[in-house]
Design a binder for this molecule. Structure first.
Ligand code: PEP
Ligand code: MN
Length: 337
């Protein structure tokens, strides 16, 4: 059960509501976000909402008995739009394109990628400075110095930054340079990290775990929301299956299901989702058709020389074609019944 409370509810009214919730046989959890206050009732009982709905201080009340509640579409009928500032939104009809290298490698690379994005009217650049790598001997990113340099060029050019945060201790130093914190597949159920990102007023893009179910992804998102941060993007980036012909299995079923089960925007990452350059465009377009609210694409000026994930990075010309075709598909999709 989700009880939306009046924004400035008095302590007195809140106590009355809490005690009624307990009387009805529910535990409760008070959630205060950037936008609203909620009392989440935890329990499985069948209830008559009229026994509580008339209490003062309640704006709205909804029955949600799933393990995840605040991220569920059962109580929020409108789709969420995540606002990145400066008129850039993702979700609820606003499509987001994010592109850039797997790893931030050099200043020259950032300058050239920013130029490429601006030419294509793209305002969100991706690029990791803390890189989760399967081998400890691989390049692990330029760290906070790299992020400062990345931020300098992006902020001078009106470009927002999405970059991965790997641990709680990095959040504070990254905060002023980041527009979207990315939680990588390997950290999808790092509950301490999710708790901490729930206390920050910055959008978070949460990737699905390598072997994570849809339900687990939604429960992970619930950690962020229930700690106070409603600005969440869900990301399908492929899961590990028995198939060896490609890197991961981009699960477009999940995109359709997430769009139904949750009000949060869904992003498709076909770069990691299939992991082979020549299939990135068709899989991206399929993701758009499936209902994604945005895409995230790995792009590199010279993919052969990329320090990480070159095999799945598009060069600038390939990326130009992809953006154009994504926009064509979006337009065509608007004409469908
Ligand atoms: C990445 O975005 O470069 C990355 C490491 O992603 P994932 O966590 O999906 O593997
Ligand atoms: Mn990558």
């Amino acid at each position: 059960m989700i009880i939306q409370l009046e924004n400035n509810i008095s302590g007195d009214r809140l106590e009355k509501i809490k005690s009624q919730v307990l009387k009805m046989g529910f535990d409760h959890n008070l959630v205060k976000t950037q936008f609203a206050n909620y009392l989440v009732g935890i329990g499985k009982k069948d209830i008559d909402l009229r026994t509580i709905g008339s209490l003062e201080g309640i704006e709205d009340i909804h029955r949600v008995s799933d393990q995840y509640k605040l991220v569920s579409s059962k109580w929020k009928l409108n789709q969420t739009a995540v606002d990145l500032g400066d008129g850039i939104l993702i979700g609820n009809g606003n499509f987001g394109i994010m592109a850039g290298p797997c790893s931030i490698e050099s200043e020259e690379q950032v300058i050239h990628t920013v130029e490429h994005l601006k030419k294509n009217h793209i305002y969100i650049m991706r690029g990791g400075v803390y890189k989760p790598r399967s081998s400890p001997y691989s390049f692990r990113g330029l760290g906070i110095e790299g992020l400062r340099m990345f931020h300098k060029h992006c902020s001078e050019n009106g470009i927002k930054i999405i970059t991965e945060v790997m641990q709680v201790s990095q959040i504070d130093e990254m905060l002023k340079y980041v527009d979207i914190f990315q939680v990588g597949a390997r950290n999808s159920q790092n509950f301490n990290l999710l708790d901490a990102l729930g206390k920050v007023d910055k959008p978070v893009m949460l990737k699905r775990g390598i072997a994570g179910t849809i339900d687990e992804l939604l429960q992970a998102a619930e950690y962020i929301f229930s700690n106070g941060n409603e600005k969440i993007l869900l990301c399908e980036r492929g899961i590990r299956t028995f198939e060896k012909a490609y890197r991961n299995t981009l699960d477009l079923n999940a995109v359709a299901i997430l769009k139904d089960k949750s009000h949060l925007p869904v992003i498709v990452d076909s770069s990691h989702g299939i992991g082979i350059r020549k299939y990135i465009e068709p899989m991206t377009l399929a993701g758009v058709m499936t209902g994604a609210d945005g895409i995230i694409i790995e792009v590199h000026e010279e993919p052969e020389k990329a320090i990480s994930d070159g095999q799945q990075s598009l060069n600038f010309d390939e990326a130009d074609a992809l953006y154009k075709n994504v926009r064509t598909i979006l337009q065509a999709k608007r004409q469908l019944n």
